[in-house]
Design a binder for this molecule. Structure first.
Ligand SMILES: NC(=O)c1ccc[n+]([C@@H]2O[C@H](COP(=O)([O-])OP(=O)(O)OC[C@H]3O[C@@H](n4cnc5c(N)ncnc54)[C@H](O)[C@@H]3O)[C@@H](O)[C@H]2O)c1
Length: 312
């Protein structure tokens, strides 16, 4: 098979779909790997690294799309890329179709075979290609949230862990899966008071066993969200219904009862987010009127999109 790797074109996306060792493994297995010039540069991989791995460097992105039987990417195809998709071609990348109708219709129209990383399951039924991104995004959500709680960022001007004589911040995390537990570990480690909500009782039992004392696992129920969101300084959206849009848990009315300067980081933005007013934003325009952020994770922790999605 001819496997193509293109340079990501979404603004501030620095990742690459395949690192040189992946190219080496495919070449060893008898496939031909073609890589767009500088595709790995943003992640620190040189064209010469791919050549050493047996890949061929191609100057123009259009030539990679034209020659490859399967294209490997990171982000969902952008409009210019959808135009180059072919009926007999496989595209393997993160798609998050549930949140983007025009993307879904464009890919259906192309007739190509779309394999979404985020829906690939292993024998145990877990999501091995989503999990690493969730680990990164969960940790970064707290890091970014803490930044936007600073006063110059229009936040409440508080530290997550407080200081002697000043109480710690309250962090409310909706969803106790991979994102939620990673966020909880970071927030708890900084000394915050953490409320971690999930709808799975089995998951809550597990979280009760493994989380530190400053994390309180609670059942996710609209009335409990309503109660705790009032006292939250930072809210992290970390909900997933695999393959579907996230349920709306934070309504427009909740925004009115939240503390001024509090922050929402909705990591599930790629699946439509759990906030009623969510809208995806960009690295170039990461915050707007106030307090909601959407996060894009990078495997190297260098590329983060923290963007506002609040429109009360
Ligand atoms: N923006 C990014 O870069 C990025 C990266 C990774 C994951 N994500 C997104 O983050 C979200 C979480 O991913 P994950 O890997 O942690 O998923 P996960 O499956 O590990 O965890 C999701 C959790 O949400 C819980 N849940 C479902 N409905 C709920 C509800 N009503 N209230 C509270 N909890 C509920 C589930 O029981 C589950 O424990 C997903 O939407 C995913 O697409 C975004």
């Amino acid at each position: 098979m001819i496997v193509g790797v293109v340079k990501e074109i979404k603004p501030h996306e620095y990742r690459v779909g395949m690192i040189p060792s992946g190219a080496a493994a495919l070449t060893l297995a008898g496939h031909k790997v073609i890589v767009e010039k500088d595709a790995g540069a943003g992640s620190g991989f040189l064209d010469s690294d791919y050549v050493k791995a047996g890949a061929k460097i191609v100057d123009r992105t259009a030539d990679v799309w034209a020659q490859a039987e399967m294209v490997i990417k990171v982000k969902e195809p952008q409009p210019a890329e959808i135009k180059m998709l072919r009926r007999d071609q496989v595209l393997f990348t993160y798609f998050h179709f549930a949140a983007d109708r025009s993307l879904t219709e464009g890919v259906i129209k192309s007739g190509s075979v779309a394999i979404a990383y985020e829906t690939v399951r292993d024998k145990r039924g877990t999501l091995p290609l989503l999990t690493p991104m969730s680990e990164v995004a969960g940790k970064m959500s707290v890091q970014e949230g803490a930044k936007y709680l600073e006063r110059p960022m229009m936040g409440r001007g508080i530290l997550l862990g407080g200081v002697p004589g000043v109480e710690p911040a309250t962090v409310l995390i909706l969803g106790g899966g991979v994102v939620g537990t990673n966020a909880a570990k970071v927030a708890a480690g900084l000394g915050a008071h953490v409320i971690l909500m999930d709808v799975s009782l089995d998951r809550l039992r597990y979280l009760s066993d493994v989380m530190p004392a400053n994390v309180t696992p609670l059942f996710s129920d609209p009335s409990l969200i309503d109660y705790h969101i009032r006292e939250a300084d930072l809210v992290i959206g970390a909900v997933l219904i695999p393959g579907a849009r996230c349920p709306v848990l934070i309504t427009r009315d909740h925004l009115k009862i939240m503390k001024p300067g509090s922050v929402i980081v909705d990591v599930g933005v790629d699946q439509g987010g759990c906030c009623e007013t969510i809208k995806p934003t960009t690295h170039d325009n990461p915050t707007s009127s106030s307090m909601m952020l959407s996060i894009t994770a990078s495997p190297t922790c260098r590329a983060l999109s923290a963007a506002p999605v609040l429109s009360p």
